[in-house]
Design a protein around this ligand. Sequence first.
Ligand code: ZN
Length: 233
Amino acid sequence: MLGPSSLDHRLIRRIIKQKKHNNFVKLHNRGKIKWNDKSLSALKQEIRLALRSQQEGRCIYCRRIVKIERRNAYEAIEHFLDKSKTHYLKWSFSCVNLSLSCHPCNIEKSTRDMGDASVQVSPCYTSTAGEYKWLHPYFDDYHSNIEIKEGWVYKVKPNAPQRTRAFNLITECKLDQICSIEAHSEKFLNSLNRLTLLMGKALEKGQIERCRRLQQISLKLQHDFNPLGMPVT
Ligand SMILES: [Zn+2]
């Protein structure tokens, strides 16, 4: 299983309810300070660490490992119900609204409204407040609904209890494209490894000209795959 079936809100709730964070949360929920205000940094870091541990370092949607980078560039604190929408601002620090997602999933989700009209006007954030569009990180069981097969192939399970939500997550978050992206990447790395092997053999035999030609092919391959010339890892 890649990550937990669903998240447990209790630890996140304990973090948010700490006295030292209380006033800042209230100020934010009243629209007095923005999400990026420095006074919220310590709280957000505590939430991030707790979620990272609970999610086993994986994105809540695609379940791939999230790369840890400076300023958390690849790891976003995800609000299932988008905090930029006025009707969800009050749930910016709701313990069932927070999870971590990878950068690509965060971009795909963007500001989509994950709740229907009932959720939008509901005074409470519960599993029965209305219909949610994607599998909910706290209310739904990911692994009962989605199977991730080898090569990152995502399938809705035959008896999925939340079939529509699972289907929407796979298609709208474009999880169904990951398979071909991963295959392309694997093909590139295999070609690169093969060329490196051939270059080594050519060098051993003193075939300098052949080695040079192979190196040119290798450089072209890397350029075509990675036109910005970033280091290949
Ligand atoms: Zn993801």
